[in-house]
Design a protein around this ligand. Structure first.
Ligand code: SAH
Length: 498
């Protein structure tokens, strides 16, 4: 058994800034050892059973010393495990990655380094500041504000003479001293300076000024650690190049109430638009078992001429049953299929089946309108769907032919209920800008979960996926702030500002 350590740069904060190779090492790891500045979303990519060890600094916790960290990593590797040591930014830029590497190699452990995007460059970029520019700086210098030996000093006379961009990391506690020392050693007091705090994360904030004003400005705005201090005229480009803070959802917190397994598409889109998604699953999808009813109908599929799927879950669970009963898609070869929504259609395509009808509007009323001209009295329709689905579709169709509805799943209260107190607190503090509802059940369940605190929802903007969900919101006494024009996730993103 031979273990191995990957020393990996996770990038400055936005988890998507890791390299492909870095991501692969997380997927491969038996143990992930990570720091404070690493995007926590990355941990989701680890295999199940992977051990996570947090070694970052946090005021309330005991801080692990570098020796303890070295030992943890080394011991795990010597046990034969693959250890991914995730560090913020690049592992060799002031991250003590070199020291960790040496320690491991000295003890016979194999080490592979995966470079990352350092905050000194990438973090600045997210702050709208390019580290070089032909009109401003033809070199850059990355300097630590935190020296190993407290008494040793930086070479201020040399630093003050440099014409390139100066970047100080780990310097926030010394900001006053850094600015003053540069001025005292001859740098113009009017030289532009900026600080980017929590760069490339949802908490990013930046301030600009000059060497003379930056300390006070940072204090006034309560800008603390972690911060990147940058000195030089490239700072002036921020106004133009500030792409990140200008994203439509930057600084916004959005509650995602749909089932955990289905939340990711919405969560990821919100992230890409600069917002922060808070996942709070109010529903969870549960198969109705035993599924004797649907198996019965699957055996009789030859008698049917139409199948209607109203959701992705309906498709998935229907086919699970079809395969379990020993059939394959040929059982449907004579059947026409109608679906509600593109996502439902995409799910169907996974089984190489193309729907005959996808109505323009993703609701039952619309599917009824489109299927009606095609129906003959001898048709027989099978509708496998949710227990709590509205009666509208079956009631209407029954006027024209034989309709068999089978309830194959139900939506129950989601696991988000465990985090109720946290969400209540966020709502109380006006931290949630939007609450997204992707179905009537998400509305009903969130209200049920919040109980006597439900009025707090009035503090946020409520965004609905479509008219049926909106009606449920209104029926419960709340206002709908916006409703998707196309009743699906991209449609919701559109009204959220995408
Ligand atoms: N290896 C890291 C730097 C580690 S030293 C890298 O390459 O980025 C830690 C310092 O990096 C912090 O004190 C801060 O100055 C800076 N830093 C790292 N990530 C940051 C972020 N997201 N926002 C602001 N500063 C950050």
């Amino acid at each position: 058994m031979k273990g191995k350590v990957y020393l990996v740069g996770a990038g400055p904060g936005d988890y998507k800034l890791i390299t492909l190779k870095g991501l692969q090492t997380i997927e491969e790891a038996d143990v992930v050892v990570y720091d404070r500045l690493v995007g926590k979303e990355l941990l989701k990519y680890a295999k199940s059973g992977c051990e996570f060890i947090y070694v970052g600094k946090e005021s309330s916790n005991h801080t692990k010393t570098q020796d303890e960290i070295n030992d943890i990593i080394c011991d795990k590797a010597l046990e034969g495990l693959v250890v991914t040591r995730l560090k913020g930014g690049d592992p060799y830029v002031f991250g003590r990655g070199g020291e960790e590497g040496e320690y491991l190699v000295d003890r016979g452990v194999e080490v592979e380094v995966v470079p990352g995007i350092t905050s000194a460059i990438g973090g600045l970029a997210y702050g709208g500041i390019p580290i070089t520019h032909r009109d401003h700086a033809s070199s850059f210098h990355v300097i630590t504000g935190h020296l190993k030996d407290e008494d040793s000093e930086l070479d201020w006379p040399t630093l003050a003479k440099l014409k390139g961009t100066l970047v100080f990391l780990m310097g926030m506690a010394q900001l006053d001293k850094i600015a003053n020392s540069l001025i005292a050693n001859g740098m113009e007091a009017s030289t532009p300076a900026a600080i980017v705090n929590w760069a490339s994360t949802k908490k990013q904030r930046a301030v600009t000024g000059t060497l003379e004003t930056i300390y006070k400005t940072a204090l006034d705005n309560a800008i603390g650690s972690p911060g990147i201090i940058v000195v030089g005229s490239v700072v002036n480009l921020r106004e133009k190049l500030n792409f990140f803070e200008n994203k439509p959802l930057f600084g916004k917190k959005i509650l995602v109430t749909r089932a955990r397994e289905q939340a990711s598409s919405l969560t990821e889109k919100i992230h890409d638009l600069g917002g922060e998604a808070v996942e709070f699953p109010t529903i969870s999808i549960k198969d109705i078992s035993p599924q004797t009813d649907i198996v019965e109908q699957i055996k009789n599929l030859k008698d049917y001429s139409w199948l209607i799927f109203t959701s992705q879950n309906g498709v998935r669970i229907f086919f699970e049953n079809l395969f379990k009963a020993g059939f394959d898609v040929r059982q449907l070869s004579h059947i026409k299929i109608a679906v509600i929504g593109k996502v439902t259609a995409d799910e169907l395509m996974k089984y190489s089946l193309k729907p005959d009808i996808i109505p323009a509007k993703y609701i039952a009323e619309s599917i009824y309108e489109e299927i009606l001209p095609l129906l003959k009295p001898e048709d027989k329709i099978l509708i496998p769907r949710a227990k709590e689905a509205r009666d509208y579709l079956t009631d209407q169709l029954k006027k024209h032919c034989v309709v068999q509805e089978v309830k194959i799943y139900e939506t129950i209260i989601g696991e988000g209920i465990q985090d109720k107190d946290e969400i209540v607190e966020m709502l109380e503090n006006n931290e949630i800008d939007y609450v997204t509802f992707t179905s009537s059940s998400t509305v009903k369940n969130l209200i049920k979960i919040l109980g006597d605190k439900k009025e707090l929802l009035k503090k946020s903007k409520l965004v609905s996926i479509g008219p049926v969900t909106s009606e449920t919101i209104r029926d419960n006494g709340f206002l709908v702030s916006s409703e998707a024009e196309v009743y699906d996730i991209p449609g919701m993103i559109e009204v959220l500002g995408g």
